[in-house]
Design a protein around this ligand. Structure first.
Ligand SMILES: [Zn+2]
Ligand SMILES: [Zn+2]
Length: 95
């Protein structure tokens, strides 16, 4: 039993682990776009770090620089999450 290792992991009482190199505060409220500081409109994720922005905002941003505005990680693609629409008329249909 390695009891020493377990205790070492819990040296600080804070629940959140310290992010590496985090000097910039992210907006606390989820659902806000860090670029326009408004409500997320067509939420889209950056391919590398999965930070969330408006699709329009991050698309314009990506046209200038393909790096996350929050953590500066370069990304190669934007993951656009479309609004949930139930499949209609496709797939299993009754005959
Ligand atoms: Zn936005
Ligand atoms: Zn990011």
């Amino acid at each position: 039993m390695a009891r020493g290792a377990e205790e070492a992991l819990q040296e600080s009482g804070s629940a959140a682990p310290a992010a590496s190199g985090g000097g910039q505060r992210e907006p606390a409220a989820a659902g806000l776009c860090p670029i326009c500081l408004g409500d997320l409109d067509n939420a889209a994720h950056v391919g590398t770090c999965l930070h969330t922005f408006c699709f329009g905002c991050i698309r314009q941003w990506a046209a200038v620089r393909a790096a996350c505005p929050l953590c500066r990680q370069r990304f190669g693609r934007i993951l656009h999450t479309f609004t949930f629409s139930p499949p209609q008329g496709v797939g299993r249909g009754r005959e």
